[in-house]
Design a protein around this ligand. Structure first.
Ligand code: FAD
Length: 401
């Protein structure tokens, strides 16, 4: 098979998949309806990079730990290569919601004994000192975390392997079809945009327009970030989170967010969402929000591609038409896959965290090399999981997914 793949979508998902495939010698035809990379959900000024530990070290915790570690190495490699990536490894302070949550955070650190550089617990005084502002609770300190300009990450990914990635911007794929061993992508006027043996669908919530992916339980979650004018040198100089986040000043503005509304298609900024973000900011840094007026803030709206279990969808797409509802498959290996068709999607609210590892996993699955994750975590992000017997029965009964 010719090592040539089409990737639809030049956001975090598509650019990461393209970069990892190109690193293995693949030629990539990258298609996006926008004029440049990172114009969709991946276009915020900055987002947060940090993992999400849990007391039981569940799949989300294990996956975000692996993804965070992988992302840091990737960002460092892009920076070392002189690529135009903007990020700041300022550290992330994840404050506890309340005293009960603070106790849980402390137990996680005590029981799991993570390396200091990865995670430490800070009491309220130490947290306030780091934030440069009095806070209500102590919290987790991820010294290696920080903020990332996601569109700059997309651009850096796509620039890394030079001419290996051929972009087709301002081209919307309306139809995909497989013919003669190749996937073909067509524009609305019937024009063939590109054809290749492998096709990676990384076009976020729009993927369900394609019949082969229409069964995926992917939804769009609208999010609005508020841009807060910032005086040079003012606190915080680190990222601070507490049911929301605020970044350090970047080019004179902080990002504070973010609102979250499923199946809300309003593309314009809303003052009500700015007010929500200011309320979040007040919860993070008491007294801080009084300097801002929701009616006069600027910001940005994006649409997160959300999966029901909040885990990404990375891997070969299963043939949903071949799944018999009466005796559905019980393991991913039993599912019939559509040849050459892959998904890199469902990044939800954590695309900055997922993208580098997801791109690497996707590339391993495409070229058959060993995946960078344990088998149960590969299965946890397999897009075929939504077609498995147990999950289908639970969904039909309205139970947990
Ligand atoms: C408000 C907000 C705050 C966030 N904060 C954080 C954060 O702090 N930390 C974090 O880790 N993550 C955060 N995220 C999540 C992260 O931004 C997303 O998970 C990520 O950007 C999704 O990347 P994507 O490539 O899947 O989607 P997108 O960036 O939307 O890319 C999809 C691309 O596909 C293209 N496309 C769609 N359909 C077609 C078609 N038919 N033909 C051609 N092109 C097509 C689009 O133009 C788009 O460029 C946030 C998201 C939002 C909205």
């Amino acid at each position: 098979m010719e090592p040539h793949a089409i990737v639809i979508g030049a956001g975090l998902a598509g650019s990461s998949a393209a970069e990892r495939l190109a690193a293995r010698g693949w030629r990539i035809s990258l298609i996006d309806r926008a004029a440049a990379p990172g114009e969709g959900a991946s276009g915020n000024r900055a987002g947060v990079l940090r993992p999400l530990p849990s007391l039981d070290d569940n799949r989300l915790a294990r996956l975000t730990r692996a993804a965070f570690t992988y992302a840091l190495a990737h960002l460092q490699a892009l920076t070392a290569a002189g690529l135009p990536l903007r990020w700041g490894q300022t550290g992330v302070l994840h404050l506890a919601r309340d005293e009960r949550h603070a106790a849980t955070q402390q137990r996680v650190v005590a029981e799991q004994a993570p390396a200091d550089g990865y995670l430490r617990w800070l009491d309220r005084e130490a947290a306030s000192e780091l934030a440069g502002w009095p806070v209500a609770c102590g919290g987790w300190w991820f010294a290696g975390g920080g903020w990332v300009d996601p569109a700059s990450l997309c651009r850096a990914n796509l620039a890394r392997h030079g001419a290996a990635v051929q972009p087709y911007y301002r081209r919307q794929v309306e139809r995909i079809e497989r013919d003669g061993g190749c996937w073909r992508c067509f524009a609305g006027n019937g024009e063939l945009i590109a054809a290749a043996p492998v096709l990676v669908l990384a076009n976020a919530g729009e993927v369900r327009r394609f019949a082969a992916a229409s069964h995926l339980p992917l939804r769009r979650a609208r999010g609005q970030v508020s841009h807060l004018p910032a005086v040079a040198g003012s606190p915080p100089a680190i990222v601070v989170c507490r049911l929301g986040y605020v970044t350090p000043a970047i080019d004179g503005l902080r990002c504070a967010g973010a609102s979250f509304a499923v199946d809300d298609d309003e593309a314009e900024l809303r003052a009500t969402d700015h007010a929500e973000n200011l309320a979040r900011l007040e919860f993070i840094l008491p007294g801080y929000s009084r300097h801002f007026d929701a009616a006069s803030l600027d910001g940005r709206v994006g649409f997160r591609p959300l999966s029901p279990d909040r885990l990404p969808m990375v891997g070969a797409l299963a043939d949903a038409t071949a799944v018999d509802a009466a005796c559905a498959a019980s393991s991913p290996g039993e599912l019939r896959r559509l040849p050459g068709l892959y998904l890199c999607n469902g990044f939800g609210a954590r695309g900055i965290v997922w993208s580098a590892l997801a791109g690497e996993l996707l590339a391993c699955l495409v070229d058959g090399s060993p995946p960078p994750l344990a088998a149960d975590l590969v299965a946890a992000v397999d897009p075929g999981r939504f077609l498995l017997r147990g999950r289908r029965q639970r969904r039909a009964a309205g139970g947990p997914r």
